[in-house]
Design a binder for this molecule. Structure first.
Ligand code: NDP
Length: 276
């Protein structure tokens, strides 16, 4: 059991849009833990200085874009999962040492099981994207019996490099072939994050394919809504976000996170944002 953190932060750039403070503070209040979770905007050039200060403060927290890989490189210790993904989204200090973990993997895995309503088995996955979150998707899929993942990316070289790291499950593909073969289509690009662009035309989704968009927006993403309108099981990134946060909370405090409280806080924050 690690000592209780002296401070709890989210490091990113930008971070003001993040829902994490809302649902983490709700979970802290529900557990009676007298700490506040704060979003800290850290420009890339200041990250090393900020990490030194956080060590003094015995801080724990989360990491988001664009710092996940840099924090992984700075940690004194990584969990096997964080090492596998090459990125840290959750950290703490243990006896002065910076320890990094990756709960995006567990968050994604949990949300896929909830979407499908069963264990992911013998799935062909079309994975769109080859960045940090795509690596977390591949780390989860590597644990699914019989999975194969066809990776599609704008920059083909990046897809090839990522597939080489996960060669037991992944291989590069073109978009048409990957989507046509898929039981599950996962968007891990930033397409549709800020507008209503589709990463894949919903008309091209095979019958029965499920859709998982890592992006989330106040009224879900346009792609998720369009896929559901066509009869597909579809979910955006919110359940993954809340689960990765719950798993992080459990790493920091060693007690169960109240997922119901976290989910309500996240959806309340979204409702308020939608109301303007
Ligand atoms: P990265 O910056 O690491 O990767 C971005 C990916 O998007 C790359 O594959 C990039 O392709 C691709 N891309 C960007 N613009 C375009 C475009 N115009 N057309 C096609 N492809 C494009 O980001 P992350 O992996 O960290 O995040 C990806 C998404 O996942 C974001 O929307 C993020 O919000 C979401 N996310 C959600 C989480 C959750 O809990 N729900 C957790 C983590 C991430 P290329 O390599 O060619 O540049």
């Amino acid at each position: 059991m690690i000592a209780r953190p002296g401070r709890l932060v989210l490091l990113g750039h930008p971070v003001s849009h993040s829902l994490s403070p809302r649902f983490q503070n709700a979970a802290l209040a529900a557990a009676g833990i007298p700490l506040r979770y704060e979003a800290v905007d850290v420009a890339p050039g200041s990250l090393d200085d900020v990490l030194r200060q956080l060590a003094v403060e015995r801080a724990a927290g989360n990491v988001t874009v664009p710092h996940k890989e840099r924090v992984a490189a700075t940690c004194a210790r990584l969990t096997p999962l964080a090492r596998r993904v090459g990125a840290v989204n959750t950290f703490w200090h243990d006896d002065g040492a910076l320890v990094g973990d990756n709960t995006d993997v567990g968050g994604f895995d949990h949300a896929v099981r909830a979407l499908l309503g069963r264990e992911p088995r013998d799935l062909t996955v079309a994975l769109l994207g080859a960045g940090g979150s795509a690596a977390a998707v591949l780390a989860a899929a590597a644990g699914w019996p019989g999975a194969r993942v066809l990776v599609v990316n704008r920059s083909a070289e990046r897809a090839e490099t990522l597939c080489a790291r996960f060669s037991s499950v992944a291989r590069p593909s073109d978009a048409d072939a990957a989507v046509a073969a898929a039981d599950l289509v996962v968007n891990a690009t930033t397409v549709g994050l800020h507008d209503d662009a589709f990463p894949v035309d919903p008309a091209r989704l095979p019958e029965g394919a499920a859709v998982f968009d890592l992006a989330y927006r106040p009224t879900e993403t346009a792609w998720v809504r369009a896929a559901r309108d066509r009869g597909h099981l579809a979910v955006d990134g919110l359940p993954m976000l809340v689960e990765q946060g719950a798993l992080a909370f459990e790493r920091w405090f060693g007690v169960p996170a109240d997922r119901g409280v976290m989910w309500r806080a996240a959806t309340d924050a979204i409702t308020e944002a939608t109301a303007g």
